[in-house]
Design a protein around this ligand. Structure first.
Ligand SMILES: [Zn+2]
Length: 228
């Protein structure tokens, strides 16, 4: 769709619909009869009970509607989709630029959080009907959750560091809170030579790249061990 609507799907000007050449491009729809209903899938939020806890999950919903409604719905969601994509491209380009321009005194730490691990287990454990020991098991497995970071220095190949375990109810919110900004202001007390820190967030579910891959291997390995 982006290829159809933009001169260049990696160009921020096109993605923010400020490009004079492509900003008025529209999706060409074929002629259709609106009498018929159409089925489609949509991601949405749902709640699910795991043990005593109720958790929020993202789930694919099957829906039925008239074609025209679906087209209107899609057109409605386009601006949001464009800005989401523009954010991804912008963040990715910024981080690539930062990596390339590191000087001798700079370090880039690329971090990810693995938020699905304990949930995947909770689901598996539940399906096996562990009964009374279930809660305990889920808690024990929560601690498997770890943070992985990749450290980039000028001239040096990247290496891997495992950061300390931090266990919370919602792993994904660990870095998305006000405390992290407070901690940043205090870093200089520990590292007196520290001159400046910047924090670049990335869009949910995108652009995590290398740490994501590391996280996936860790998860698969842990899954395999537990199944054994
Ligand atoms: Zn354009």
């Amino acid at each position: 769709m982006l290829v159809m609507l933009c001169c260049d799907k990696y160009n921020l000007k096109c993605l923010s619909r400020r490009c004079q050449i492509c900003k008025n491009k529209v999706i060409p729809y074929n002629e259709f009869s609106n009498d018929q209903e159409i089925e489609y899938y949509e991601w949405g939020r749902d709640k699910k009970k795991v043990g005593q806890k109720e958790i929020n999950i993202t789930k694919k919903f099957k829906r039925t509607t008239q074609i025209r409604n679906l087209i209107l719905k899609r057109e409605d969601s386009l601006p949001k989709f464009f800005s989401h994509t523009a954010n991804i491209i912008n963040q990715y380009q910024t981080i690539t630029e930062l990596k390339k321009s590191l000087n001798d005194y700079e370090t880039l730490v690329h971090m990810d959080f693995s938020e699905n691990y304990s949930y995947r287990f909770a689901k598996e454990v539940q399906s096996l009907h562990f009964g009374g020991s279930r809660g305990q098991l889920v808690n024990a497995l929560d601690t498997i959750h770890q943070q992985w970071g990749l450290i980039y220095r000028k001239h040096s190949s990247l290496y891997l560091k495992k950061s300390p375990n931090i266990t919370t109810d919602s792993p994904s919110s660990q870095y998305r809170n006000k405390y992290i900004f407070y901690i940043m202001t205090q870093l200089q007390n520990v590292f007196s030579s520290l001159k400046s820190v910047t924090w670049n967030y990335q869009e949910v579910g995108h652009g995590k790249g290398t740490p994501d891959g590391v996280g996936a291997v860790v998860k698969r390995t842990a899954d395999y061990q537990v199944k054994c």
